[in-house]
Design a protein around this ligand. Structure first.
Ligand code: C3B
Length: 828
């Protein structure tokens, strides 16, 4: 990797807490005393490791101070429960947040090492699938930066999201081994281990004075071992933790089996227990039904709730205080099991009566909904529940019975249909537990993640719940951290901003407005575009290194990076590419600004159509990139193994951001924000946060196309007929028919036909054909605008300058005031 040079002014706000000489000494010390090597023997991995360890010395001190500050004051804290935290790399981010990036860069240079090269040694911490997991990572950055007492709770997966390779264009999954040889950022905390019961049966004891008492005799116990990752806020006034639970067998050996001579058998139990935190489920929308997934969810919820109560009890003896000291945010329904677990502990173990315990729960939990996709709303079969968590099923039944009797029956007397719809239990042949219903019934606030999404949650997803609890459903629009997604990933642009508007935009992104008056200033435009060009040069190098394809930086870099899903419509992008290619083949002089289409996306391993789309794009890329007839006007590159660290290089290099989901289906999107922040223009539908971006930027400075949410609904109600579009648009027809030929897969016609089938025979669920013409028009406008570089630069600046709202600090302030009622306690 080429090195980037940072302008001196980048960190004028910073007063480094270490000198260059101290940092050098720290790193050398760690090489010697931490890694038992020296600067002549150490390879880059060892240098990276030693640098991380040196940084930790700065971090740990602040971590201890923060801990004493919060524990000493017994502050109210938010506990952010999430099955996913997509952290990416930590070194560069920690250096930036500690404001010692520059000094470390100099220190390493003096030792003959390049900091950027060392940063590239770090494996991504890919403990998440996509938007939801990355949002959690941005949120804990903001919580620490703003000085809020907060803990992130998640799973310490041994294997994060799979590594993606391509074999003959097809996705192959390989295990991710992010901590194969240890990880310098994590601290094991055996003193806070938790024991977690599973399986078994429930015994009811009758006491003449106290009534029925439930005892859960577990069939198995898991040990939850916590690993803490320090989360450094910008300016390092607060260092919070992310606590990740690893599962182990409760005893290293089953001694009875061992003593009976079964040493080998005793190991089986150990490995069964360890599978619970072995691997992240790689779907971004469905995993319901899998026993291991339910156990994962319960394991991490139970560990976290016990840990929360342990901390609470250190300073409190009155349960009334719990909701005052503890807010628990459920990141989607994945951590729902925390609700019946808290009920169980309060009732069965602490002896509280039902109403008191329920009151506490209703004041403690809040829930974020991230999707309207029906397949993503988690349900678990009652039978599975009964087997794995028999006591929790009883508690859920009781919550449900009381809700139906006291709430639903009162509001709609005798209305069994309403009861069936709102019940936590879905009555079907295979009875199911609906996790979202349990969340909405319990939580004191439920939020969607963008304005339009939150409205749809009220009107389409939970209309009856909204009638029952009219103030419960609220909106908190997502945001992204400007520390990682601008300051760290785009040092060129960060420097220009520092020089133009001062360097405190990092903490107050609304300051970006300060560049708006510069949008028409030709000198500023030039610098802005030069930075973009330089980022494209670096991206072009990466493309060449990873795929061998050469691309021109004078072409428009048109980028779609996100999970591969039909509702995100990479296939619409694909048919646009085919349209351009066809035009070029029919007329080699077809007048277009050269385009480089860049993709990055992982498909869930079992998602057939998503994998077909990857395959098709790779096959089309092979053909297009080697077709000399089209004179390099078109290139298509699918970069393998899309991940946070690659994203950090792609956002700054993009001219065009593709945000083209079917309206109503992308809850928010957060990549859309990162692109715009880095000066790309958006081609997008009126969906998710795109709508609010258009409000901030001005629709005329984006390329908005396609059906609106209401138009989508209308069309679906009337009956959508994709064949009408196919037969009425000869160009579209020829492009789709092309997929049946062997043009892209010589000798094997039909290999790409499933894409055509999905768009015609199988009904085109995501309305690609309906939006095709309008999408093409938007791209024509992009082409025209790019020819006028000044006009393009103006819009790019207007985009970046309008992104103040989409800062995760603003999201967190919204949560803190609307939902958590949280106060800041930064260390002095
Ligand atoms: C995603 C949604 O698909 C995005 O629109 C949204 O921006 C992010 O969450 C963050 O709110 N999402 C996801 O990544 N995984 C899910 N299981 C559900 C939603």
């Amino acid at each position: 990797m080429a090195t980037k040079k940072m302008n001196k002014k980048t960190e004028s706000v910073a007063v480094p807490s270490v000198t260059c000489a101290e940092m050098q000494q720290g790193i050398i010390d760690r090489l010697h005393k931490g890694l038992a090597t020296d600067k002549n023997k150490a390879n880059n991995k060892a240098w990276w490791n030693a640098t991380c360890l040196a940084v930790n010395e700065l971090v740990f001190e602040k971590l201890t101070k923060t801990h004493h500050n919060h524990a000493g004051k017994d502050t109210r804290a938010v506990n952010y429960l999430s099955l996913e935290f997509l952290m990416g790399r930590l070194l560069s981010n920690n250096l930036q947040n500690l404001q010692v990036f520059k000094v470390t860069e100099e220190a390493l240079k003096g030792l003959g090492k390049d900091l950027y090269e060392l940063c590239d040694e770090e494996p991504d911490m890919a403990l998440g699938n996509g938007g939801l997991g990355r949002l959690a990572a941005c949120f804990i950055d903001s919580l620490a930066t703003l000085g809020y007492p907060a803990i992130g709770y998640g799973i310490h997966y041994e294997h994060g999201l799979f590594k993606q390779e391509f074999q003959d264009g097809r996705q192959i999954e390989r295990p991710d081994t992010w901590r194969e040889y240890g990880n310098p950022w994590e601290i094991c905390r055996p003193e806070s281990i938790q024991l977690i019961p599973l399986y078994g049966y429930v015994e009811t004891l009758y006491d003449p004075t106290e009534g029925a008492k439930k005892i859960w005799h577990a069939g198995q116990k898991l040990k939850g071992v916590p690993w803490d990752i320090p989360i450094v806020g910008y300016g390092a006034k607060t260092v919070n933790i992310l606590r990740l639970w690893e599962s182990r067998a409760s005893e290293a050996f089953d001694w009875d089996v061992f003593n009976a001579g079964g040493y080998v058998d005793s190991q089986a139990e150990k490995s069964r227990a360890e599978t619970v935190s072995k691997v992240l489920y790689p779907n971004d929308s469905t995993d319901a039904g899998k026993e291991l997934r339910l156990i994962q969810q319960y394991f991490f919820c139970a560990c976290s709730v016990k840990d929360i109560l342990r901390r609470f009890k250190r300073a409190n003896s009155d349960w009334n205080e719990l909701p005052k000291k503890v807010a628990i945010q459920l990141n989607d329904t994945h951590p729902t099991m925390a609700i019946p677990e808290l009920m169980r502990i309060l009732i069965d173990l602490e002896g509280l009566d039902w109403d008191f315990a329920w009151d506490i729960c209703q004041k403690t939990f809040a829930y974020t909904n991230h999707t309207l996709l029906p397949e993503a709303l988690e349900k678990w079969s009652v039978g599975l529940f009964e087997k794995v968590l028999p006591r929790h099923l009883e508690i859920i039944y009781e919550i449900n019975a009381q809700f139906l009797k006291n709430v639903v029956e009162k509001k709609w007397p005798g209305d069994d249909q309403k009861k069936a719809k709102l019940s936590i239990i879905e009555e079907s042949d295979n009875r199911m537990v609906r996790m979202a219903n349990l969340c909405v019934i319990t939580a004191y606030k439920v939020n969607g993640v963008a304005a339009v999404h939150s409205e749809l949650v009220k009107t389409d997803l939970f209309p009856e719940f909204h009638e029952l609890f009219p103030t419960k459903l609220v909106n908190v629009t997502n945001g992204v951290t400007p520390r990682r997604w601008l300051k760290t990933c785009n040092p060129g642009l960060a420097t220009l901003l520092d020089e133009t508007i001062g360097d405190d935009w990092v903490l107050n992104l609304d300051k970006l407005k300060g560049i708006l008056p510069k949008a028409t200033d030709s000198k500023f435009q030039q610098r802005f575009m030069d930075i973009k060009k330089q980022n494209k040069v670096e991206m072009a190098k990466i493309i060449k290194e990873t795929t061998g394809v050469e691309v021109s930086v004078d072409a428009i870099f048109d980028v779609q990076i996100k999970r591969l899903h039909e509702y995100k419509r990479q296939q619409l992008n694909l048919i646009h590419i085919l349209t351009l290619y066809k035009r070029l083949l029919e007329n080699p002089d077809y007048d277009m600004v050269p385009r480089v289409f860049l993709f990055g996306a992982k498909a869930a391993p079992g998602y057939h159509m998503a994998k077909e789309i990857i395959f098709a794009l790779n096959k089309i890329a092979d053909k297009v990139n080697n077709d000399t007839r089209i004179k390099d006007k078109l290139k298509v590159v699918f970069l393998p193994n899309y991940r946070v660290s690659l994203a950090e290089k792609m956002f700054p290099a993009a001219d065009i951001s593709e945000q083209i989901s079917t309206a109503g289906l992308e809850a928010s999107g957060t990549g859309n924000m990162k692109f715009s922040l880095n000066g790309a223009l958006t081609v997008g539908t009126m969906d998710g946060a795109n709508i609010e971006m258009a409000e901030e930027i001005g629709e005329q400075h984006m390329f908005i196309f396609g059906l609106s949410v209401d138009e989508v609904k209308d069309l679906k109600t009337k009956g959508y007929k994709p064949y009408d579009y196919y037969y009425n648009n000869p160009e579209l027809k020829s492009v789709l028919d092309w997929l049946d030929s062997d043009f892209f897969t010589p000798g094997h016609p039909g290999l790409l036909s499933d894409i055509k089938r999905s768009l015609l025979e199988w009904g085109d669920e995501y309305l690609c054909l309906a939006d095709y013409a309008s999408y093409l028009e938007a791209h024509q406008k992009i082409d025209a605008l790019y020819r006028d570089q000044a006009a393009w630069a103006e819009k790019a600046i207007l985009n970046a300058g309008a992104m103040g709202k989409f800062n995760s600090d603003r999201s967190i302030e919204d949560y803190a005031s609307k939902i958590w009622k949280l106060k800041k306690f930064p260390i002095a």
